[in-house]
Design a protein around this ligand. Structure first.
Ligand code: FPP
Length: 256
């Protein structure tokens, strides 16, 4: 059904010939794993791995925007990551500040919209302010939506959604029969985005780790061996090629 673009776009977009530009997943979600191991391998402190991980975010955001991904959701900090040493947590919490200080002009220039999912409680004021500023500056942008999952956890998100629905039903004097997938989705932090077609986890680990557990029900999973700081544009394109080679059936039967 989809025609492969051979050679045609090589000069236009600097894309690999085999990438089918008509079948780019609309929403790609990534569990950025392996920063600590990357640093350890180099006998560096773990935070150096997170710093390099932040540089990878820049590369991947540029590439995602170039190839026409509409939503890129990155798992930056989970509700479980608070159990790490305080110095590491503090360092990670400051990375959005650093990232936006150095990269916001390019995000604006590339028409990228910055958004977040997750809970604000516990985040340093400086982190919230930097993110709010970036959200405001990019809110009218119409290109890639870059979503950072910060202090995010799928279970906590679902519990919050259930509480909101319960309140809503009580207020409207409705029974539990009013609950359906549409209502449930409406209360998730991701309500403005389609479900991710593709979920990538780097570093070879094969777990979902409480990331988009409802939304990823039909996602294609790709477990990439690279540690996140080593992940790059070519690896992203390789993941998309693998995605394009798979058949998505959503529980039905293949048409072929
Ligand atoms: C997982 O690697 C990575 C994290 C928990 C933090 C990821 C955060 C960033 C890449 C930067 C966030 C920046 C912005 C702009 C929001 P790990 O530490 O678990 O690695 P390991 O499994 O090798 O120890």
């Amino acid at each position: 059904m989809f025609k492969k673009l051979k050679n045609k776009n090589k000069t236009e977009n600097n894309l690999d010939n085999d990438l089918d530009l008509h079948n780019i997943p609309e929403h790609v979600a990534i569990i950025m794993d392996g920063n600590g191991r990357w640093a350890k391998k180099r006998k560096m402190p773990r935070i150096k791995g997170h710093y390099e991980g932040m540089q990878t975010i820049k590369k991947i955001t540029r590439e995602a925007s170039n190839i026409g991904i509409k939503y890129l959701t990155l798992y930056a900090f989970s509700t479980e990551n608070w159990s790490r040493p305080e110095s590491e947590v503090n360092y990670i919490m400051n990375l959005p500040v650093n990232f936006l200080k150095t990269f916001l002009p390019e995000l604006i220039e590339k028409n990228v919209k910055v958004e977040t999912i997750g809970f604000n409680n516990g985040l340093p004021k400086s982190t919230i302010e930097a993110i709010d500023y970036a959200k405001d500056k990019t809110k009218h942008n119409t290109g890639l939506t870059l979503v950072f999952a910060i202090n995010y956890g799928g279970r906590a998100e679902i519990i919050q959604s259930m509480k909101e629905i319960y309140e809503e039903l009580q207020t409207n004097n409705q029974s539990a029969n009013a609950i359906d997938e549409e209502l449930f989705n409406k209360h998730l932090m991701t309500h403005n985005y389609p479900d991710p077609e593709l979920l990538i986890r780097t570093s070879g680990e094969q777990r979902i780790s409480n990331f988009l557990i409802w939304q990823a029900s039909y996602s294609e999973f790709i477990f990439n061996e690279k540690l996140w700081p080593d992940f790059d544009e070519n690896e992203l394109k390789e993941c998309i090629k693998i995605y394009q080679s798979r058949q998505r059936r959503f529980g039905g039967l293949s048409e072929e």
